[in-house]
Design a protein around this ligand. Sequence first.
Ligand SMILES: *Cc1c(COP(=O)(O)O)cnc(C)c1O
Length: 371
Amino acid sequence: MVDLKSQYDFIRKEVAASMESVFESSSYINGPMVQEFQKELELYVGVKHVIPCANGTDALQIALMGLELKPGDEIITADFTFAATVEVISLLHLKPVLVDVHPRTFNIDPEAIEKAITKKTKAIIPVHLFGQCAEMAEILRIAEKYNLYVVEDNAQGIGATYTFPDGIQAKTGSLGHVAATSFFPSKNLGAYGDGGAIFTNDDDLAHFIRGIVNHGMYTRYYHDVVGVNSRLDSLQAAVLKVKLKYLDFYNERRKEAALRYNSFFEGHPNLITPHRLADCNSHVFHQYTLRLIDADRDGLVAHLGKHDIPCGVYYPVPLHAQKAYADPSVKEHTFPVTNQLVKDVISLPMHSELSSDQIEFIAKTVLEFLT
Ligand SMILES: *Cc1c(COP(=O)(O)O)cnc(C)c1O
């Protein structure tokens, strides 16, 4: 699905030099490399504070810890996302309230959010799923109306630019009160191991979170709150600092790949291509995900497999139907879209190194099965 080796070949010298400087400094934890990367990422995203941490799941958990919610407080998020988003809510003894998504964008449906709000609702977690910005203007409007926090799950959307109805643009991760991202190797900005970060424009929240990631310490060996130990290590920061310079280029290549896939698939009666706005900047194509209409998905997966083409089904089970998150009070008919999407979706290889020929071969192999 990704080709990290070809990408590495292109930046190998820069990565080696960057890592070498960490070895030379012997500063492996919270060293200058982590701070340099943090500063550069703040500038890139256009956010006041980036707090690096160990992975994207930690980033989500710590972002929520920063909001000082009470057990039983309700957090609204999408039924159609990776489990990490809801896992951290449950771990903190908060109540995940899952809502349906939009059939074209796959992102959380603002109307469904508003219907799910109760007196106990404290936050909304929109996920920029597959790289596409959620409907942030509407989500922020709802949050303001009901006095809720907005925590962006930006693990799949880093580098995307959102345009508000008044034309103002801002990058994902800078739109909500706080945001979380992941540097898992296959993400758009991937390390060579685990990594993550929290973003916020709020000075007090940033200070509070910097303590949480470091055992709740604000003064050495004085623990004011119960924290965690979650750090981005300097060697991963060295890799990320190099790759951040190429992030726009990587995302541009993904967009080109998506448009080339579209050119084969658009208008086909059995396929719905990914939704995108006229301004393509709101989608960084973490995944290229098709919907199959009246077609045999298992058959297509097997057909692609025969031709050594990888593919993925993200995600095969809605969160409300996962054993760990099943809630008997939740009604199946609340999720018509997610229940359909889990049967329809298929993601094709998507990364910044896909060649035109590879895309043509993959697309023709898909079409061969459908016709
Ligand atoms: C990858 C991902 C995460 C978790 O990131 P890790 O670094 O793997 O912990 C959270 N949410 C979404 C939507 C993701 O895609």
